[in-house]
Design a protein around this ligand. Structure first.
Ligand SMILES: *Cc1c(COP(=O)(O)O)cnc(C)c1O
Length: 374
């Protein structure tokens, strides 16, 4: 799973994840979202510190990811956001008491069958996922009566009602958030009216920051735990400005040499020196999930100073301008993400050069070998 044979090291600051978590937890219950290997920060390491901080429910992606946590946390509520997909998933859910998002009728029938075959003493708990506008996964609120009949017939026990917001991170989309919340309330009330003791959750990180009125019983917080600000460079930026970026990524300098006026560098000769310069060749490229799309756009941090990437990012090498900096030499560390102090590069900033969002930056750079700093 980890990218082998390179010089890139990801440092994960678990203390920052805990401070980010506590920032939300002090305002009410949080379901930390630790899917996709905790957004590249390491499932087990992140789960351990969140458990110690008092998290009662963990949200992961696949059923198998949930089962892997079950071995470590025999009593914990573990929620699979993807829900059962493979035939084998249904047996795993029953065997390991995984709480799953159930979002279509076939899943209700299949999970009911799997539960009967296991001759369980207790009904299987489920989290019902509602489509309130995103149109990705979920039952429509108008289907609530049919869903209620189906879960009764299958002998399943709804304990949670959830939906997901499509535009909570867009300050101009407050109206769509309100519409989704209203549709969600319809589904939540239908289940409660039918006598099921369900808790409700709708908010992601952005909504947890911007819409406290739609917190319901829990907020499912992902990106903000890791220090991504969903409102970075928007009018709501200050809502997430004190979140701390938990991931830093370093690599090593491979070579330092002159680039003379008129000379070009790297594939395609996309950068040509106007004056005599000094360049450092850095051991990071797209094979290390440092993407080619940041060619000529990104900065790195060497010894607390920002240095710009010159020309194309290659497979395992990139070039930066270190003209006028004293003491730059091969073998030294250089930061691709983080870097401390004023020069530090946030995941949101790297994402902007990359043409993506902080989520993808963390998930992909997190594939490199990791170390844990407290
Ligand atoms: C990933 C995910 C979240 C967390 O979203 P963030 O924007 O990272 O806070 C919440 N709910 C569901 C269903 C998700 O898939």
């Amino acid at each position: 799973m980890t990218i082998p044979y390179n010089y890139v090291t990801v440092s994960v600051h678990l203390d920052r994840i805990i401070r980010n978590y506590n920032r939300f937890a002090q305002n009410g219950p949080v379901i930390p979202v630790i899917k996709a290997d905790a957004y590249g920060h390491g499932l087990f390491q992140v789960a351990a510190v969140l458990d110690a901080a008092g998290a009662e429910i963990f949200a992961v992606g696949s059923v198998e990811e949930a089962v892997s946590l079950r071995d470590v946390y025999p009593q914990k509520r573990i929620l699979s956001l993807l829900g059962p997909i493979l035939a084998s998933d249904y047996d795993l859910v029953c065997q390991h008491d995984i709480l799953c998002f159930i979002h279509h009728f076939e899943q209700i029938a299949k999970l009911g069958e799997a539960a009967r075959a296991k001759e369980r003493k207790r009904p299987v708990d489920v989290a019902l996922k509602w489509n309130t506008g995103m149109n990705r996964l979920g039952f429509r609120p108008s289907e609530a009566p049919a869903v209620i009949n189906a879960v009764r017939e299958a002998g399943l026990q709804p304990v949670m009602v959830s939906s997901h917001l499509a535009c909570a991170d867009d300050p101009n989309a407050a109206e769509t958030v309100k519409e989704q919340a209203a549709a969600f309330t319809v589904a939540l009330h239908a289940l409660r009216h039918a006598g099921f003791p369900v808790v409700g959750n709708l908010a992601n990180s952005a909504a947890a920051l911007a819409y406290p009125e739609f917190a319901f019983d829990h907020r499912r917080v992902g990106i903000a735990l890791y220090g991504g600000n969903p409102f970075w460079r928007t009018s709501h930026e200050t809502l997430g400005q004190d979140l701390e970026c938990a991931m830093e990524v370093a690599t090593r300098i491979a070579s330092v040499h002159p680039l003379r006026a008129g000379e070009s560098i790297n594939y395609g000769y996309t950068f040509t020196a106007k004056t005599d310069m000094t360049v450092a060749i850095v051991a990071a490229g797209y094979a290390d999930a440092y993407p080619r799309s940041v060619s000529g756009k990104a900065w790195m941090v060497w010894n607390g100073k920002r240095v710009p990437v010159l020309g194309r990012v290659c497979m395992q090498l990139s070039a930066v301008d270190v003209t006028g900096l004293d003491g730059v030499s091969p073998g030294q560390k250089i930061m691709l993400l983080g870097g401390g102090g004023k020069a530090a590069i946030s995941a949101d900033e790297l994402a902007s050069w990359w043409g993506t969002i902080s989520y993808e930056v963390m998930c992909l750079l997190g594939l490199n070998p990791r170390v844990y700093a407290e």
